[in-house]
Design a protein around this ligand. Structure first.
Ligand code: AMP
Length: 188
């Protein structure tokens, strides 16, 4: 079972992806977390990624796809994957389909989309920025830019998965446990 956990910045993908992976014994892969690890390590990939992340822009597809594929290959015997923050463009979604088919003979089974309105998202991101240490959470202009990028490049993915009968929207407001139960019911 391969799950794409989808939703705008601040929807709660990271929190829920960790819980789902634990509960179902799947591998959790967050492209945002992997970029941040590389930024901390001050390596070439990290330097390149931070030049986009710091502005609230998406990192180019070519770089992101290669990185995600390399990380996925580290878990050849995985029962399933929870992709968190990937894909974020149609090109990434097509690359993921090809990669899963060619390397695992598998596919994306479901795309679970956490639905939260823009006002609530901004409130959550500003709140998170007080403690996350993430530069892209600290500045309202960058937060705004991430939401613009989401609406322009990432939101069209709903259509992509809807056309394949894989799109499920999940109410992303309520307690962490309530939202988890809604997601887990779709995974089961
Ligand atoms: P996240 O932790 O998912 O909010 O991601 C933080 C930032 O990392 C995003 O605002 C993007 O700049 C970058 N990023 C994460 N995942 C992707 C992706 N799939 N494609 C392009 N950029 C990404």
């Amino acid at each position: 079972m391969n799950i794409v956990l989808f939703g705008p910045p601040g929807a709660g993908k990271g929190t829920q992806a960790i819980k789902l992976a634990e509960n179902f014994d799947y591998i959790h892969l967050s492209t945002g977390d992997i970029f941040r690890r590389n930024i901390k390590a001050k390596n070439e990939l990290g330097n390149l990624a931070s030049s986009y992340i710091d502005k609230g822009e998406l990192v180019p597809d070519e770089v992101t796809i290669k990185m995600l594929e390399d990380e996925t290959k580290k878990h050849p015997g995985a029962k399933g994957f929870i992709f968190d923050g990937f894909p974020r463009t149609i090109e990434q979604a097509e690359a993921l389909d090809d990669f899963l088919a060619n390397h695992y003979g598998s596919k994306v089974d479901k795309m679970l989309s956490l639905e939260v309105d823009d006002k609530e998202l901004i409130k959550r991101l500003v709140e998170r920025g007080k403690t996350s240490g993430r530069s892209d959470d600290a500045d309202p202009d960058i937060i705004g830019n991430r939401i613009v990028e989401y609406n322009k490049k990432t939101a069209p993915l709903k259509e992509y998965y809807l056309n394949q009968g894989k799109y499920f929207d999940i109410k992303g407001v309520g307690s962490v446990d309530e939202i988890f139960q809604r997601l887990a019911a779709e995974v089961e």
